[in-house]
Ligand binder design. Structure first.
Ligand code: FDA
Length: 390
């Protein structure tokens, strides 16, 4: 390997590979340094091995950030359609699973192979198994690993966030950013299962039960499935609201979305001999229906329950407050909320405002997508913004 490059990209994940390919194909000499033995490890496990590589509806409203406007520029200039065109140009078959989520028909390996081929087209050197010992500024940037010291005019931080530490994920990006005087928005686990304690541990008894519900936290709602687990709550709707949830907040579940006000009183008129348990079993799994009916404490037939009790039950079923006592943490989080502050970066190029030639892209930055292909779309878009600028 030569030791001088136009750009050194730290991290051969989604963002790093895309950025390196774009810069390489523009004639830049690019080196990617990756700690793991192979590139794109998170891509390989994503989407259950099929990689939900983008969301066709991805737009700024699908992202969390201290500055909700920051992602607009990059997302507008490299869209889901642009990435899909790239995927199709490689003949990779895909399908929309649900809600605009695009997956490979075959395997996530195809996305990694495509990115590696794009890097090869740009004569990019991708060096794996490189542990970074030090990064210094010397007019450009000098990166020392166990194999030597490499110099680049530009340096790209693309080392992701700390989610799934057993895959080697760390807060390296934040340490490096701080070394260069950049602020970091406190990182916390996101798209993560929530844990239940206290008298809500009862719900652990129905571990494995799922239901289509509406979950809300901090005024943000998602209508998808929730899953009860042996530790608490999971499933797409819960993962989505977990990104908005903060310790101490309730998570509110509407167990029977779509029922108009007064539906239970209407059932009292129509089927006075039915029990609440039986009515709930019509819409929900028996185990969930039973636990909810028990908690509501209406054992009598609907005809023998007071109107007030039924109105209260209906309200509770539509706004059932859970009080999670935590999350399953970075060990189970798909992504990280927070990261390198967007206030430090140009929204057009992802270059540091205070340190020329230093870029940060992908999950390392304080931009976090919803569940459903949005995080990869941010990785691609931020990578292209930087790769086309350096
Ligand atoms: P990423 O983490 O991909 O890459 C960072 C790279 O830097 C890694 O290769 C890492 O080894 C390397 N690195 C770290 N520290 C280093 C160091 N000190 N020196 C050198 N290299 C270093 N998103 C989505 O849109 N659709 C999906 O289907 C899924 N599915 C999914 C499943 C699971 C289980 C997880 C954990 C996550 C997802 N995601 C997802 C999220 C998605 O994987 C994530 O947003 C992107 O991988 C982020 O891309 P980055 O390139 O920023 O980081």
């Amino acid at each position: 390997m030569p030791d001088t490059y136009d750009a050194i990209v730290l991290g051969a994940g989604a963002a790093g590979l895309m950025c390196a390919a774009r810069a390489g194909q523009r004639g830049r000499r690019v080196l990617v340094l990756e700690r793991a033995e192979a590139p794109g490890k998170k891509i390989l496990i994503s989407g259950g091995g099929r990689c939900n590589f983008t969301n066709i509806g991805a737009g700024p409203a699908n992202y969390l950030s201290a500055n909700p406007h920051f992602a607009k520029s990059a997302l507008a200039r490299y869209t889901a359609r642009d990435f899909l065109d790239l995927v199709e140009s490689y003949g990779i078959a895909w399908h929309e699973k649900t809600l605009g989520q695009l997956f490979c028909d075959g395997s996530a390996k195809q996305i990694v192979a495509m990115l590696m081929e794009e890097c090869a087209k740009g004569d990019v050197t991708v060096a794996c198994g490189e542990e970074i010992a030090a990064v210094t500024e010397d007019g450009g940037y000098a990166v020392t690993t166990q194999t030597g010291t490499y110099r680049g005019k530009s340096l790209v931080i693309a080392t992701g966030g700390p989610s799934i530490p057993k895959m080697g994920a760390t807060g390296f990006a934040y340490d490096l950013a701080r070394q260069f005087g950049m602020k970091v928005v406190e990182p916390r686990p996101a798209l993560v299962p929530l844990t239940l304690g206290g008298d809500e541990v009862l719900f652990r008894e129905i571990s494995g039960v799922s239901a289509p519900i509406i979950a809300s936290a901090n005024k943000t709602s998602f209508a998808e499935a929730a899953l009860f687990t042996h530790r608490g709550l999971s499933g797409p709707a819960i993962l989505q609201v977990s990104s908005f949830w903060k310790a101490g907040d309730p998570v509110t579940i509407n167990f029977l979305p779509g029922r108009g006000e007064g539906w239970l009183l209407a059932r009292k008129c129509d089927t006075p001999r039915a029990t609440l348990r039986a009515v709930l079993r019509e819409a929900l799994s028996a185990r969930l229906a039973d636990i909810l009916a028990d908690k509501l404490g209406i054992a009598a037939d609907l005809g023998n329950a007071s109107d007030k009790a039924l109105r209260d039950a209906e309200k509770r079923l539509a706004q059932w407050d859970f009080r999670p006592n935590g999350t399953e943490g970075f060990a189970k989080a798909e992504v990280t909320v927070g990261g390198i502050s967007t206030a430090e970066l140009s929204s057009k190029t992802l270059e540091s405002k205070r340190t020329p030639g230093l870029y940060a892209i992908g999950e390392a930055v304080d931009v976090t997508g919803w569940l459903g292909g949005y995080n990869f779309q941010w990785a691609w878009a931020s990578a292209v913004a930087a790769g086309d600028a350096m």
